[in-house]
Write a protein that binds this ligand. Structure first.
Ligand code: ATP
Length: 604
């Protein structure tokens, strides 16, 4: 690879550095080469360059890019640590949290666990709140998070940056210590840094050299505190050398994909076609929409195979969670008997993880007579937490009903009365009884499947839902560690006495682990998750307005909210540009013919 002049300028620069540039302009690549150069020239024994990124997905991509750079010797590669902000912050918190009054032993409160811990508080508020009520709710949540951290040692992700900021600003010793370990830190996607993370960066920059990589136009996290002025903050605080790679686009060289992305940003789509970009209006009904998607996917796949692309990747990017599922279902059984499309769907895992906890507990024996109580608590947890940050009223009511039925059952037991025949606990109890009869074998795969199958086939709709949800994470295919731990448990105890703890532990690690390899093949995911990734081809597929008798059409699954022109803003344009520019060779947009995406028709 021949570095551009600007990239060479970056290689030569000294001190703090700010690298800006559009999608695919080579920021990541040059920063890795620079890190290797620094490793070779300037690092003392034991020192490393740290590359910090927001998402685990980006970490995988960077790790792979490092592997791929053949001219970097192994010894230098070893001296570049790639990590997410979260996992870096967590290391600091674990080692030094006691300095700011956290308990000596702290644990991560994972998002599902956090959702459960806050659900009681949240359920006390109606779904539509006035501004004042909303502020009160946010403050109450915040206070509860702090309490959970200080009293129980359960620290949720949102508190990582504020706490680390406190630690670093309070101790020059620790700032120096970090600078000794990491004389240079690369900050990926710097434009997305929120106020608390920026406070951490300010402290780090005192003794450490910072290299910030940014694309001001790729900011997609405004809603969680990214600030358009952040680059100026960096300029003001560190007076960095600044190099702008501008609109170079190596990712999709030879195509107009980058140009198309820029035109979306400007709201001016030209009439003449863009090389490598195709927009197709599909007929707005389920069968034809999905037929269009399936055939477009076949065609894209064929192009990649015919071109002999090795380990090709083809991403289907959709605007909503629901669409991810619909597309995945359609690929599994396409309309009109077309051939199935093998794929991976990237989905939110809260519900599946909570479901896995239920199954894990069912694999455990009842050692203290409280097993059923725990079981009911986990089923309730599932409904509390399955919606993540945005629980539905239905799910919260379900959780409350389960609790009520259980209380009634206990009261009945005490009074020697039988359970009400129409109690929702009847089906749960029956199925629970069957799980107790299930003979386990000590083979974790077999036993897990048998337990899940029992719930799936059983007569309780709530447990059936849980079992189906659990399928989404393919617990046992996640590496051998979990399986080995379960086997060991069985060998030690003649039963899975610690299955729940083992499964929980596996998912805590999950929050930090990165697949060393980026996804290949056909991948379905939410547009928001595509940030920082690249694929050989991209297909963007949005929903269509669905007619309803006597009501305005339902138009929820759109790139721009309700596909209304009034809802076009910078954020919507930037999101679309990020998605469009993930494609290296080709990007196809599928939009309903009768109501095409308003971002594509802006200039009429
Ligand atoms: N000078 C160059 N010549 C040819 N190819 C290059 C050059 N620099 C980078 N590339 C290639 O271009 C692609 C995109 O580069 P890179 O990922 O570094 O861009 P980026 O600016 O980090 O993109 P984004 O902000 O969209 O994540 C990579 O596949 C990389 O190997």
């Amino acid at each position: 690879m021949q570095l551009t002049e600007k990239q060479l300028e970056i290689m030569a620069a000294q001190g703090h550095l700010l690298v800006t540039g559009g999608p695919g302009s080579g920021k990541t690549t040059v920063s890795i080469l620079k890190a290797a150069e620094i490793a070779k020239q300037h690092l003392g024994p034991g020192q490393k360059v740290l590359f910090l990124s927001f998402a685990r997905a980006t970490v995988s991509r960077v790790v792979e890019a490092i592997e791929y750079e053949q001219q970097i010797p192994r010894e230098q590669k070893r001296r570049i640590d790639v990590e997410t902000y979260h996992s870096f912050f967590w290391r600091i918190l674990k080692a030094h949290g006691y300095l700011i009054g956290l308990p000596r032993r702290i644990d991560i409160l994972t998002p599902p666990a956090e959702a459960i811990a806050l659900s009681g508080l949240r359920s006390g508020y109606a779904s539509k709140l006035s501004e004042a009520e909303q502020a009160e709710k946010v403050a109450a949540e915040e206070a509860e998070r702090l309490r959970l951290a200080r009293e129980d040692g359960g620290v949720c992700f949102d508190l990582f940056a504020p706490y680390v900021g406190d630690i670093l600003h309070g101790s020059a010793r620790i700032r120096k210590l970090l600078a000794t370990m990491y004389p240079v830190i690369i900050l990926d996607e710097f434009q997305d840094t929120n106020a608390e993370q920026w406070r951490v960066v300010q402290a780090l920059g005192e003794f450490t050299t910072l290299i910030a990589l940014a694309d001001p136009e790729q900011r997609i996290y405004d809603w969680i505190g990214a600030d358009p002025a952040r680059l100026d903050h960096f300029r003001g605080a560190f007076a960095p050398t600044e190099v702008d790679l501008s609109t170079d686009n190596h990712r999709s060289a030879g195509t107009d994909i980058g140009l198309f992305g820029n035109d979306i940003l400007k709201g001016k789509i030209r009439q003449e076609p863009y090389v490598g970009v195709q927009i197709y209006g599909y007929p707005p009904n389920t069968d034809q929409a999905f037929s269009a998607l399936v055939t477009t996917t076949y065609r894209a796949r064929k192009r990649l195979v015919d071109a002999g692309v090795k380990e090709w990747s083809l991403a289907i990017l959709v605007p909503t969670k629901k669409m991810t599922r619909l597309v995945s279902d359609a690929f599994r059984s396409p309309p009109g008997g077309m051939t199935e499309i093998p794929h991976t769907a990237i989905i939110e895992l809260e519900a599946a993880i909570l479901g896995a906890e239920v199954i894990a507990l069912l694999m455990q024996p009842d050692v203290d007579g409280r097993h059923f109580e725990q079981f009911v608590a986990l089923v309730r947890n599932y409904f509390h937490g399955k919606g993540g940050d945005t629980p539905t009223k239905g799910a919260l009511t379900e959780a409350a009903n389960i609790q009520k039925a259980y209380d009634e059952y206990l009261a009945g037991l005490a009074a020697g009365k039988a359970l009400r025949k129409n109690s929702i606990l009847v089906a749960i109890l029956t199925l629970y009884g069957q799980t107790r009869e299930l003979g386990l074998t000590g083979d974790p795969d077999k036993d897990w499947r048998a337990m899940r199958g029992l719930l799936e086939e059983g007569a309780c709709p709530r447990l059936k839902e849980i079992a189906q949800e659990v399928r989404n994470i393919r617990v046992l295919e996640r590496g051998t560690q979990l399986r080995q731990a379960l086997s060991q448990d069985w060998r030690d105890n003649g039963a899975y006495r610690n299955a729940l703890a083992i499964v929980r532990q596996a998912f805590v690690q999950e929050h930090f682990s990165t697949n060393a390899k980026p996804e290949t093949g056909v991948i379905v995911m939410n547009m928001h998750k595509a940030k920082g990734k690249q694929f050989d081809e991209v297909i963007i597929f949005e929903g269509w307005p669905i007619k309803r008798k006597g009501q305005p059409p339902f138009n929820a699954d759109r790139i721009v909210r309700f596909n209304a022109r009034d809802n076009i803003d910078d954020q919507a344009r930037q999101n679309m540009r990020v998605s469009v520019t993930r494609g290296k060779r080709h990007t196809t947009i599928l939009t309903p013919k009768n109501d095409p995406c308003v971002l594509l028709t802006e200039d009429d």
